[in-house]
Design a protein around this ligand. Structure first.
Ligand SMILES: N[C@@H](CCC(=O)N[C@@H](CS)C(=O)NCC(=O)O)C(=O)O
Length: 336
């Protein structure tokens, strides 16, 4: 496991989707050929930020002897742009000739068109998509103006896509996740938009394709975020967490026991979570997983001790004091 490539990914991110599509097309299988780490973008694991400080997904971390592509990062190398991940995957294995490398008549022109389409997507189309989809994040932007500008680009693609032939290319994998996102803002209007027959049919094929389904489901897209061994975890009951959020501090130790009764708050390391859940919470409703940053506990003056659970030699992290909300990076239903 340790010398497998690691892919940091986020299920719905179009950049991560295109990377997963290319890796899957290259025959890569999570679990067998790489370790997939689904990321919560609101609580990025320190391992991701150490590999690539800019903190975007996808990021592919290759073991020392993986390849010379990407930036050197200690013993491993890191590819932190989705297109570079796609090219890395397909340069190793490109059965369908998605890169159009075969020396066939017309392929040089197709390669140039692939580049042009990707530049158009990653530049202007993405710009307008963001301002149409997330108008609230772009004060002053008129979403309708940006929708119209995006449609103009799509009409241009509508004229050019047929020239890439029937077989999928790198451009299909690179563009489709973004067109999918554009459609999702207002599917009915997209489907009724004139002058887009080829693009609409192209997207429809993609939406019902096994290739897309495969990368939107486990093992390519787990429902739960990866648990870092650098963080601590605590299982909480939703009503008790709600009380904590209103009071500003969490004071439960374990199921049915308070911090005052026990003296410390029980917690788990990532590898202990499943067993802790099984042992104490399997029959509980509304269980939440709290992700705790031990650095923030230390900053708040709260000690964490590794101590054996009663009747066991296994060491668990014990939080010796009330849990400040600021040390909780994320909470989500558990199991996801
Ligand atoms: N140029 C990058 C862009 C990747 C990107 O922006 N990903 C988004 C998610 S779709 C991200 O990670 N954003 C960071 C955040 O939301 O904090 C690539 O092609 O990989």
């Amino acid at each position: 496991m340790a010398d497998q490539p690691i892919l940091y990914s986020f299920r719905r991110c179009p950049y991560a989707i295109r990377a997963r599509l290319a890796l899957a097309a290259a025959g890569v299988r999570p679990g067998r050929d790489l370790e997939l780490r689904e990321v919560n973008l609101k609580a990025k694991p320190p391992e991701l930020l150490e590999a690539s400080a800019k903190g975007t997904v996808p990021v592919l971390v290759l073991p020392a002897d993986g390849t010379s592509a990407g930036q050197s990062h200690g013993a491993s190398s890191v590819i932190d742009q989705s297109l570079a991940v796609m090219r890395w995957a397909l340069e190793h294995h490109d059965l369908g000739d998605l890169l159009r490398r075969a020396d066939t008549l017309g392929h040089a022109a197709q390669r140039a068109m692939i580049e042009a389409l990707i530049a158009s997507n990653d530049g202007p189309f993405k710009h307008h998509l963001d301002r149409f989809k997330y108008a609230d994040r772009h004060p002053g932007a008129d979403p309708e103006e940006h929708r119209a500008a995006a449609l103009t680009i799509l009409r241009d693609w509508n004229a050019h896509l047929p020239q890439l032939g029937d077989r999928p290319s790198l451009a299909d994998l690179a563009l489709l996740p973004f067109v999918r996102q554009f459609r999702l803002v207002d599917p009915e209007r997209f489907d009724a938009a004139p002058g887009l027959t080829a693009v609409q049919a192209w997207l429809e094929r993609f939406l019902s394709s096994p290739e897309l389904s495969a990368v939107m489901a486990p093992p390519w897209a787990p429902r739960a975020a990866w648990c870092s061994p650098r963080w601590l975890y605590h299982l909480a009951l939703a009503p008790e967490w709600r009380v904590a959020r209103s009071e500003g501090v969490y004071r439960r130790s374990s199921r049915g026991l308070s911090l005052e009764e026990v003296g410390f708050i029980h917690a788990s390391h990532s590898h202990q979570l499943a067993a802790t859940h099984q042992r104490f919470y399997a029959d509980a409703a509304e269980v939440l997983l709290l992700t705790i940053d031990p650095g923030r506990l230390a900053a708040a003056g709260i000690a964490v001790e590794e101590e054996p659970a009663p009747g066991s030699v296994e060491l668990f992290p014990h939080i010796w004091g009330p849990l400040p909300l600021a040390a909780v990076l994320a909470w989500e239903p558990f199991p996801a």
